[in-house]
Design a protein around this ligand. Structure first.
Ligand code: ATP
Length: 200
């Protein structure tokens, strides 16, 4: 079963593209959602986060105060690195467990930090969803009801899109003038044929 990694900067349209693959019956693992959910589920990880960042971050029902944690790591790269190093192995395991349950010619992992985390190395192919920065800012401001400065601050923390483009096998252009569906269908056909080749 081929593993395809999909990434892109904030608001590039990763989820939108993945929803199209889902319509084609391709299973998609949303790594960012999974990382959030393991922080509320994995008892070892919960203990480690409490030890490192304070037990008051969790309620009595072991629900994480995400905003408080985000505040702690937002302008502290060392703390963010530490958090990622705790969450990453649990998220990788969640993907492994999930992928074993799938029965499909190929599966997709959607991750904002596919390249930064190194998890692209476990993918057979990678796709960058590319949208020009100004359009991403407009779309995220509308989607999250937030300010331009807030979106720019998040963009500044991400790997530049040029670098991601260099590292990707394929690019889906989501600039509003290039239709998504034909691009997805073309990649879908390619991955199906590659998965047949892999089997024979
Ligand atoms: P994040 O990194 O924040 O999770 P994302 O890369 O998953 O974002 P989406 O949530 O898919 O991006 O898209 C961002 C916003 O842009 C959404 O509101 C989505 O509906 C809108 N959008 C995405 N692609 C298009 C498009 N081609 N035309 C119009 N709107 C779009």
């Amino acid at each position: 079963m081929l593993k395809i990694g999909i990434t892109g900067g904030i608001g590039s349209g990763k989820t939108t593209v993945c929803k199209v693959f889902e319509i084609l019956k391709i299973p998609v693992f949303y790594a960012d959602d999974a990382a959030k959910s393991v922080m509320n589920k994995d008892p070892h990880l919960i203990d480690a986060i409490k030890r490192e960042f304070g037990s008051e971050l969790y309620s009595e029902e072991e629900i994480l105060d995400r905003k408080a944690l985000a505040k702690l790591v937002f302008n502290n790269s060392q703390a963010l690195e530490k958090l990622n190093s705790l969450v990453h192995p649990a998220a990788i395991q969640a993907f492994e467990d999930w992928s074993k349950e799938q029965d499909s010619p190929y599966i997709i992992k959607e991750a904002a930090i596919l390249f930064e985390s190194g998890s692209y190395k476990d993918c057979d192919f990678t796709i960058l969803v590319y949208t020009p920065e100004n359009l991403r800012i407009k779309r995220v401001m509308k989607r999250d009801n937030t300010t331009e400065a807030e979106v720019r601050a998040r963009i500044d923390k991400q790997m530049p899109e040029d670098k991601k483009r260099e590292l990707s096998d394929f690019v889906i252009e989501n600039d509003g003038s290039t239709a998504l569906l034909p691009q997805v269908l073309s990649l879908h056909g390619y991955f199906l044929s590659r998965s047949k080749l892999n089997k024979s």
